[in-house]
Design a protein around this ligand. Structure first.
Ligand code: SF4
Length: 317
């Protein structure tokens, strides 16, 4: 049975080192690099993938989640929602005003990150991190299942390093996921420095975002960005902040509450006015906060490593 080695490439240092390892160890025709495009990446990352394709003479399969069916189903649900008050007195139905506002906003844009948030009516958060699963994991798994259906055996190469975070400390090098599907994580014992060294040995440049002050590559920004990273992104890539601000306005219109913010940095008292919360947490306000010295009420204390994606799949750097 023929084996295909599927390499999840994000454009970051780990997945590029992983790709270089795969190309040096496996027959070239058995290696399939894939890139799950979240639609929330910096333009440099797309250019870097083009560079990798050219420098390594490979094709990277670009995959994108599509939420148009989910959005259509949500439109139908909102339009028909005529539920009345619950027993505890809390209103659960959409008001007519919220319905009109949401139905006007709820249209697929073709950008996976935006469409996912429109469908959910909110942005992901640390406690509801649906982005990794919907934008990366499910897309990669579907691709691999397709290969299995075609009769291949699949080895899913994942660029996980144990020293990255507590969540990844126990990552296994080999794992059987299911029939004809195994995970292989050859970098579990590597350091970040070894990944950069692997680039140097192969004569491959790292993603230029590292030279521009970014400590990680992937969504830019990521919902997990800490204060320093937000400040850095705002200083170097103000257009990305403007893009997120636009996204917040759109997703807010599709939300039952009428607002949703990209970052969730503060805890809020029950009954706090939604306009006050939006004023405090919208991306522009968070950028302002990132330039201050005050810490504020940080929700991120819940996480042992606030700047890391919590995914154990190595899909978000
Ligand atoms: S990089 Fe961050 S925002 Fe992007 S999918 Fe992963 S956790 Fe979500």
């Amino acid at each position: 049975m023929t084996t295909k080695h599927v390499i999840s490439v994000s454009g970051g240092k780990d997945s590029t080192a992983l790709l270089l390892e795969a190309l040096s160890r496996c027959p070239p025709e058995s290696v399939i690099p894939i890139f799950c495009d979240t639609g929330n990446e910096h333009v440099s990352t797309y250019a870097y993938l083009d560079y990798l394709e050219q420098a390594l003479d490979i094709k990277i399969v670009r995959l994108k989640a599509d939420f148009s069916e989910e959005i259509a189903a949500k439109r139908r649900f909102i339009a028909r929602d005529v539920r009345t008050a619950r027993k505890d007195g809390q209103r659960v139905r959409w008001t007519n005003k919220a319905k009109r506002r949401a139905l006007e906003a709820l249209k697929p844009t073709g950008n996976p990150f935006v469409d996912l948030c429109l469908w959910k009516g909110r942005f992901p958060s640390r406690l509801a991190q649906f982005c990794t699963q919907e934008l990366k994991r499910n897309v990669a798994v579907l691709f691999q299942m397709d290969l299995i259906d075609q009769g291949y055996s699949v080895i899913s190469w994942q660029g996980v390093r144990r020293d990255e975070s507590v969540n990844r400390r126990k990552a296994r090098k080999f794992e059987r996921i299911g029939p004809r599907l195994r995970a292989f994580r050859p970098l579990v014992d590597w350091t970040a420095q070894q990944c950069f060294e692997r680039h140097r040995v192969a004569g491959i440049l790292p993603n230029p975002l590292y030279r521009q002050g970014m400590s990680r590559v992937g969504c830019l920004p990521c919902i997990h960005c800490g204060k320093a990273a937000i400040r850095e992104i705002a200083a170097r890539f103000p257009d990305e902040i403007e893009r997120i601000a636009k996204m917040e306005r759109l997703v807010s219109r599709a939300s039952k509450r009428g607002f949703s913010t990209f970052f969730h940095k503060w805890t809020h008292a029950p009954g706090e006015r939604r306009l006050d919360i939006f004023a405090m947490e919208n991306v522009q306000a968070i950028v302002e906060w990132s330039r201050t010295r005050r810490g504020g009420r940080q929700l991120d204390l819940l996480s042992p490593n606030p700047e890391m994606c919590a995914s154990a799949y190595g899909l978000c750097e």
